[in-house]
Design a protein around this ligand. Structure first.
Ligand code: G6P
Length: 459
């Protein structure tokens, strides 16, 4: 080998484990964009990569205790965290505070409240980050390169620097970064700790927009003469993996089933976690307004909403799931008629089904309030077989690359959103083909290997 190893640290690991009825364990690919981004590492660098991640489920923990938390082709270190400490780290700080802060989701009149419970949770966040750092430090060779991923692990760079200053560390944030006014919402010591840790190593983002916000926030918190080295490196889809899924019997069966459901209607598609920042309800409001203003489309278009529940430990997510279902029921009650359902909801968490949807859409709706990148906005154009149009919010990081070839959709303006959907459904076949070609070129311009190369170049 003779070259430094790469240590990857993610909150969710590349595999989750299931205990079978005979007591043995099987490994399945983990969920989430970060893992699919790093997947090519497994294939191309497997002998040089060590992967550190948290055990998420009881079965993951049981696999660790049975010595079975292993999978072919990866040197995996799954951390067995205290469940209560881990819950506070994940639900209360990572998702309850940092996710809301960086996506601008707080209703500031009511939340956040940084009380004694938060203080306990902040200690838990730091504990989990320290456990990651200690485990990385203990097994790393001199000169290893450590790639720390995302907002769940912001304190790892600082703890690693204290334990192993010889290691080369990069931190990459996959979500947006808030600006200097919002960072002031955090307690002073917390914003100082987070900005200080991220500023102690090169900090990567999917677009320069988030990098500039990080730099401005860091100056606000740590002082104007602080140097916070950052870089932008966007991720691209892993096309060979997508093509494999598209060719699989599961995706073909899903495609056939979808064809039965939608017939020759236009298809507006979205595929998302049930997640407030994805702006799912306003997407239905824009579609409802479209149906009001374009009676010619009644019976000729179907909105296929492939959604799956996520972060169900957080009340905001459960409440949002209810709002999503209510919005769908209202539109279907109002406009549906025999033989035509305006919105088809599919709550299965099934990647092959999403791939089949991405092949079939006429319009792909991606209208987040804010999104670090949104990989689906790039995957769609590469898979789609109908020269479909992408309606994309400029608040998604991917807009910075795809903007010239998409239909812009304002995430809050329902009238504009309805008009954008209407335009997307009405472009001529020639224009669709021309736009789709441009979009394919932009969406395919970056691969996961390019992204990884950029991270290593900044280490
Ligand atoms: C985003 C984050 C990931 C996270 C994923 C799913 O893509 O950037 O780090 O894994 O959401 O969220 P979850 O809370 O289910 O891990």
């Amino acid at each position: 080998m003779g070259q430094p190893r790469i240590v990857v640290a993610t909150h969710r690991g590349p595999f989750r484990f299931t205990q079978e009825s005979d007591g043995t364990f099987s490994a399945h690919q983990g969920a989430g964009g970060v893992v699919s981004a790093l997947g090519p590492l497994l294939r191309d660098h497997s002998e040089e990569v060590r992967w550190v991640a948290a055990a998420i489920t009881d079965d993951d923990r049981a696999a660790i205790h049975a010595g079975a938390a292993q999978a072919d082709g990866v040197d995996l270190d799954l951390l067995d965290l205290d469940p209560n400490v881990h819950r506070m780290h994940y639900e209360l700080v990572s998702n309850g505070v940092l996710w809301f802060l960086h996506h601008g989701l707080f209703d500031l009149v009511r939340r956040p409240r940084f009380d004694a419970r938060f203080r306990e949770a902040w200690d838990a966040y730091c504990d989990v980050n320290r456990t990651f750092a200690t485990s990385i430090a203990a097994a790393a060779d001199d000169d290893d390169i450590v790639l720390v991923q995302d907002y769940q692990l912001c304190m790892v760079p600082q703890y690693l620097r204290a334990e192993r200053p010889d290691l080369r560390v990069v931190h990459f944030t996959h979500i947006p970064f808030c600006g200097p006014n919002s960072i002031r919402v955090l307690p002073d010591d917390v914003s100082r700790a987070l900005c200080g840790s991220l500023a102690s190593a090169p900090a990567g983002f999917h677009t320069a927009r988030w990098g500039r916000a990080f730099e401005a926030s860091t100056r606000e918190v740590l002082g104007n003469d602080t140097a916070a080295p950052w870089f932008a490196a966007s991720l691209g889809p892993d096309l060979p993996s997508l093509e494999n899924v598209a060719a699989s019997p599961e995706a073909r069966a899903s495609a056939a089933q979808l064809e039965d459901e939608v017939g020759d209607c236009f298809v507006v598609l979205r595929t998302d976690r049930v997640e407030p920042s994805k702006n799912i309800v306003r997407g239905f409001l824009a579609y409802e307004r479209l149906l009001e203003t374009r009676p010619d489309l009644l019976g000729r278009v179907v909105f296929v909403a492939m959604l799956y529940m996520s972060r169900e430990g957080l009340p905001e997510y459960l409440a949002y799931g209810n709002e999503v279902e209510q919005a769908i029921a209202r539109v279907n009650d109002r406009f549906g008629r025999d033989g035509w359902t305006p919105i088809i909801l599919d709550l299965r968490d099934d990647f092959a089904r999403s791939v089949a949807g991405l092949q079939r859409y006429d319009v792909l709706l991606v209208n987040p309030l804010k999104d670090g990148l949104n990989l689906v906005a790039k995957e769609g154009p590469l898979l789609n077989q109908r020269n479909g149009v992408v309606c994309l919010s400029p608040e998604a990081g991917a807009y910075d690359e795809l903007g010239p070839a998409v239909e812009r959709i304002h995430p809050y303006d329902i009238e504009q959103g309805a008009a954008a959907l209407g335009t997307a459904l009405s472009v001529t076949p020639e224009e669709r083909a021309e736009r789709a070609n441009r979009l394919r070129a932009l969406a395919g311009a970056r691969t996961p290997a390019d992204w990884l190369r950029d991270l290593l170049a900044h280490a």
